[in-house]
Ligand binder design. Structure first.
Ligand SMILES: [Zn+2]
Length: 296
């Protein structure tokens, strides 16, 4: 009993010692899953990785990680956009942990898969409060953090565009929930898979001061980071959740491209395929990074 108590205390301390801990989870299949542990001990997921016949990011990666940290419930799951590499683990998590809030953009236009609509519905049936968030809205991650939505706008990007000119895939990506999280002096960007239009919109509608960042999640796994987004944010750390190799891709790994883009600015680049889990800790003044593997 004594040991259990000690363990519980250690877990609680880890989550609530006044620091913000953001962990990008390394996964065997292409996807994005970020665990945000707030200074007051709340836990949010931003995206939940992929699910396939042999792998479920919720079952195989996220839940074991949360358990190891003594986390038994989620204050919220925010899904950047309804693609399977971002919501794949959500069903497992909803069925196996209490989840208080479920957030997405409320996207309902072309390309919305029935599988995702069912998850949105299921979240509510499981007791989660469903919130739609678009530009100008804020999310409640606790009093120490300001979490603002920078994109998409309420009317969404390009939904009126001729379908021949934008694919469903592109439409969903560019309408990703684009979050700016501030903890003291530190600013984190979580852009999901926002393509050119989504990134340009944020560049045009956000003051240069508010675009400066400490930690940037590379948009679209590092495949499509706008050069202006790189220079405007000029972060200390840039992080991509991607695989080491993509068959048929123009680059061996988007990580190599990211290093070319960010390193000249003095930014340190981390890639889940190379580094495994990437843990960023913020004390509100500085940020530090800890990775499972050294990377390249
Ligand atoms: Zn994706």
């Amino acid at each position: 009993m004594k040991h259990l108590l000690l363990l519980l205390c250690a877990a609680t301390l880890h989550a609530s010692d006044g620091k913000l801990i953001v962990t990008y989870l390394g996964m065997p299949e292409h996807g994005l899953a970020i665990v945000v542990q707030t200074p007051s001990g709340k836990t949010w997921m931003i995206d939940t990785g992929h699910q396939s016949d042999k792998y479920d990011a919720g079952r195989d990666t996220i839940e074991p990680f949360l358990k190891a940290r003594g986390i038994t419930q989620l204050d919220g799951i925010a899904i950047s956009h309804p693609h399977g590499d971002h919501y794949g683990g959500a069903l497992w998590l909803l069925d196996h942990l209490p989840v208080k809030t479920f957030v997405d953009t409320g996207y309902s236009a072309r390309g919305l898969a029935l599988a995702y609509s069912r998850i949105r519905q299921h979240a509510q049936e499981r007791g989660a409060k469903y919130i739609t968030a678009t530009e100008g809205d804020t999310l409640d991650f606790g009093p120490e953090l300001t979490v603002e939505v920078l994109s998409p706008p309420k009317q969404m990007h390009n939904t009126d565009t001729d379908p021949a000119k934008i694919t469903e895939h592109g439409l969903l990506n560019t309408n990703s929930l684009f979050l700016r999280l501030q903890h003291g002096k530190n600013v984190f960007f979580f852009p999901g898979d926002a393509y050119g239009t989504g990134q340009r919109y944020v560049l045009e509608h956000t003051s240069p001061e508010r675009l400066k960042a400490t930690v940037v999640t590379a948009p679209h796994h590092g495949f499509n980071t706008h050069p202006e987004f790189v220079t405007a944010t000029k972060p200390k750390f840039a992080i991509a959740s991607c695989l080491a190799f993509y068959a048929g891709s123009e680059v061996p790994s988007p990580g190599d491209k990211l290093k070319d883009q960010f390193e000249p600015l003095g930014t340190k680049v981390f890639v889940t395929a190379w580094n495994g889990n990437i843990e960023i800790t913020s004390d509100g003044v500085d940020v530090t990074a800890k990775t499972e593997r050294e990377g390249k």
